[in-house]
Write a protein that binds this ligand. Structure first.
Ligand code: ATP
Ligand code: MG
Length: 335
């Protein structure tokens, strides 16, 4: 079967007052229809940039400077403006990171959802209204009529997140990208939003890309995982490969720190700091923080290595010392 999305060695560059910065470098990924991929990484690692690149929706000063993105085998670069609009309107949907900027504060929830439906379909007002209630039911909003009548600020964070998901679903997307859908929600609400995401995947075979700081969210929701650091993929594979047999010292460090991550909702638990984009080192981007690094980590860019090509998913890592890391892994500190 052909992949739904195929990303090949993608570089995304932002034009900044200090010159060009490459916020994503050498990103490759392939997703089949119905797969669920979780993308994790510290703040600034490029998660939202990747989401926006996949939607061809980068900020004005951002652009793809090398590599390609294909949907059903077609490069998005080669699509006309109309085809791109159709792709975005009918196939791809996005729940952006910040619900407050994504919802119009001046419009009642029902109005904004029906407006989105009418933008993307040729449904009559009446049919759009029916679809609205269907969608609110799909995202498990109990009292749909009541919620439809509310303004966004009158809703809880969890309800706002559901409304955004309902809007994203209004075009029956093949691919749904959720950017930090559970950040800022209490644990119970997080769980119900993630249940909903799993349901969508199971009931409609929607392909899911779920972005989060929280590794446990990925472990509970996704089949595949991708760990980003400073704009590069450090490790990728099935959730069980990456979480149970991590090969990259960064992944190992993150997993060793998981209990602390949960408390602080941050991933800065591996000692040291991420390099600034303007000062990306020559070799491995993680070398300065890595217990396994040697001089040869710093001389040339590190390519992805196939750890297990025959497993349930391609398991790949960007580390020349991964075999050492596997035989003597970074363990949680025992106190
Ligand atoms: P967070 O977890 O905080 O949401 P993120 O992983 O989503 O972070 P991005 O928002 O993709 O990270 O940002 C990646 C890098 O690109 C950061 O260094 C950020 O400062 C930079 N960046 C993002 N948008 C722009 C822009 N429009 N212009 C210049 N730099 C940008
Ligand atoms: Mg982000």
């Amino acid at each position: 079967e052909e992949s739904l999305i195929e990303v090949e060695s993608l570089t995304v560059t932002y034009d900044t007052p200090d010159g060009d910065v490459h916020a994503l470098r050498d990103i490759s990924l392939s997703l089949d229809r119905g797969e669920t991929l979780g993308i994790a990484g510290e703040s600034g690692s490029g998660k939202s940039t990747l989401a926006l690149a996949l939607l061809d929706y980068l900020d004005e000063n951002g652009r793809i400077t090398s590599g390609s993105i294909r949907y059903d085998g077609r490069r998005i670069h080669d699509l006309s403006a109309d085809e791109l609009r159709a792709l975005r309107g009918n196939r791809l949907a996005h729940v952006p990171q910040d619900p407050n900027t994504a919802l119009n504060p001046a419009l009642r929830v029902g109005e904004q959802i029906t407006e989105t439906i009418r933008e993307h379909t040729d449904k009559t007002t009446r049919a759009a209204q029916e679809r609205l209630y269907e969608l609110l039911e799909t995202v498990q909003i109990g009292d749909a009529a009541y919620t439809a009548d509310q303004y966004p600020h009158e809703l809880s964070g969890g309800m706002q997140q559901r409304v955004l998901i309902a809007m994203a679903l209004s075009c029956d997307p093949d691919l749904l990208i959720l950017d930090e859908p559970t950040t800022g929600l209490d644990v119970t609400t997080q769980a119900t939003v993630l249940d909903l995401v799993r349901d969508l995947n199971e009931s409609f075979n929607t392909t899911i890309v779920l972005i989060t700081h929280d590794l446990s969210v990925i472990a509970n929701t996704c089949e595949r995982a991708m760990i980003l650091y400073a704009g590069e993929v450090m490790e990728t594979g099935s959730v069980s490969q990456v979480f149970n047999s991590p090969t990259h010292p960064y992944t190992q460090g993150l997993l060793a720190a998981v209990p602390r991550i949960r408390d602080e909702r941050t991933m800065n638990s591996v000692p040291g700091r991420t390099p600034a984009l303007a000062e990306i080192p020559e070799g491995c981007v993680f070398a300065d923080r890595c217990a396994f690094s040697t001089a040869d980590c710093r001389t040339a860019p590190i390519d992805m290595t196939a750890v297990d090509a025959d497993g349930e998913a391609p398991h790949r890592t960007r580390c020349c010392h991964w075999e050492d890391a596997v035989s003597d892994p970074i363990e949680p500190e025992t106190v």
